[in-house]
Design a protein around this ligand. Structure first.
Ligand SMILES: *Cc1c(COP(=O)(O)O)cnc(C)c1O
Length: 444
């Protein structure tokens, strides 16, 4: 399988898996897409899903990566990455939700980050075998985060041999819990608390990538959410949700509702659909950052600066996966809107949904998944919606939404989260300085 930039419409510049994975973004600024979309046999998917999520994921991953990665290595990696649950839960009559928050960091980004961590471990070992002079060169993954991505990447890459991770986050701008998740792993995970904001962190990472002199002697890559090694495996849980929904209802063409920010998640669902999974429609739910729903209504795409909301992992004003979405629908607006629609909600509506879910159904929801709940109601969903994070990651919003009368049990913190919060944090404090970052990487 070769990979092309989403902007290379004539498919003139092929990239290997390794190059596409290490580059992250294509040199022309486009996003990598596979040369063709492999077709999955749904009866195989169904029978493997009966066995386990990992068995099903292995089959689907093989369709993309089977030529590049030996089967036994892919198997070992996937069995290790996907050792957690992914249940379809019936919240009330007709309201099914696929809970994607049972991984180590309690948010759906674990599905992409763990897969990418494992794959980079395999690819970097294969690279050093091919080129003996590289054999002791560690791969350094640099990532800037405003919170959730950093914790998923840190957990996904923890203890991957041959790989070390530097996570940059803005001082005072991430929650205590998020900071704990990034700074308590140790080993190959190095947390850096930058005296600046998220944009400064991103600029520092870009600065390293643009320093060709530095890159001559250091083997660096990023773990950005647009990386195809994070994107492709996110298509797998759609198949798993589909199988469970079919079992529960006997139906085969769901509407799928996805709380969306950067649109990586929902585009991965579209990928699953083009691989052969039947779907009636995709519905995006957004917070006040409604650039894509507005585009789906008007045909005019106008990205803008993001605004802060209670569903802050979706505070994106210029969704990077817009290009992948347009690519998948042949840049054809009427084809896109025939099966994709979008809704958006302000903070008050999101909190009202959290309260309603709890009072009517006894279901405790995080704000992102509550956006999907509202969307499902308004679009008349006959299918399932995705839940992207555990409610305990957003306790402040939850307290605010449920009000003073809510029982303590609604605010219970799962063991895995509590453990991270109890451990001592370890991080390096750094000025907003490229020189300091490069000398830090140099000394690792
Ligand atoms: C990242 C994230 C989202 C948004 O996903 P996209 O792929 O960016 O659309 C939604 N919910 C949670 C909890 C997230 O962490």
């Amino acid at each position: 399988m070769k990979y092309f930039s989403s902007r290379d419409s004539k498919k003139e510049h092929p990239y290997s898996l390794k190059d596409a994975a290490f580059m992250g973004l294509a040199p022309d600024g486009g996003l990598f897409i596979p040369e063709y979309i492999p077709q999955a046999d749904m009866s195989i998917v169904e029978s493997l899903a009966e066995k386990s999520y990992a068995e099903m994921a292995l089959y689907l991953a093989g369709l993309f990566f089977g030529d590049d990665i030996p089967e036994d290595e892919l198997r070992a990696m996937i069995m290790k990455a996907y050792d957690f649950d992914c249940p379809l839960v019936k919240v009330s009559e007709g309201d099914y939700t696929l809970e994607l928050f049972h991984g180590p960091t309690f948010a759906f980004k674990d599905f992409g980050a763990r897969f990418m961590g494992g794959m980079l471990g395999i690819l970097s070992r294969m690279k050093s075998e091919e080129n003996a002079s590289d054999s002791d060169e560690m791969l350094t993954v640099l990532t800037a985060t405003s919170g959730d991505t950093g914790s998923a990447v840190a957990a996904g890459f923890h203890n991957v041999p041959g790989v070390q991770v530097v996570v940059l986050y803005p001082e005072g701008k991430v929650s205590d819990l998020q900071e704990s998740q990034m700074t308590t792993l140790g080993g190959n995970i190095h947390a850096v608390r930058v005296k600046g904001n998220f944009d400064d962190c991103q600029a520092l990472v870009k600065g390293v990538f643009n320093d060709s002199e530095f890159r001559k002697n250091h083997y660096v890559t990023s773990a950005n959410s647009i990386n195809l090694l994070r994107w492709i495996p996110q298509s797998f849980y759609y198949f798993y949700g589909w199988c469970q929904w079919k079992k529960a209802t006997g139906k085969t063409e769901p509407d799928i509702v996805v709380p969306s920010g950067n649109y990586g998640n929902i585009t991965a669902g579209m990928l699953a659909h083009f691989m052969g999974m039947p779907v009636r429609s995709f519905v995006a739910g957004s917070n006040a950052n409604d650039v894509v729903p507005a585009f789906l209504r008007s045909g005019v795409y106008s990205p803008r600066a993001s605004v802060r909301t209670v569903a802050n992992a979706m505070d994106v004003g210029a969704p990077s996966n817009y290009e992948r979405m347009m690519y998948l629908y042949d840049h054809d607006f009427s084809k896109l809107t025939a099966s994709v629609s979008g809704y958006s909600y302000d903070d008050a509506q999101i909190k009202a949904a959290m309260k309603e879910l709890f009072e009517k159904n006894g279901y405790v929801s995080d704000p992102h998944s509550a956006v999907a709940y509202n969307t499902a109601k308004d679009c008349g969903m006959d299918g399932f919606r995705l839940s992207t994070a555990h409610s305990a990651k957003f306790l402040d919003v939850l307290h605010d939404a449920l009000g003073p009368g809510a029982p303590d049990s609604a605010f219970a913190i799962p063991e895995g989260l509590r453990k991270a919060m109890e451990k001592p944090k370890e991080y390096t404090v750094m000025e907003n300085s490229l020189k300091d970052l490069e000398s830090f990487v140099d000394k690792l």
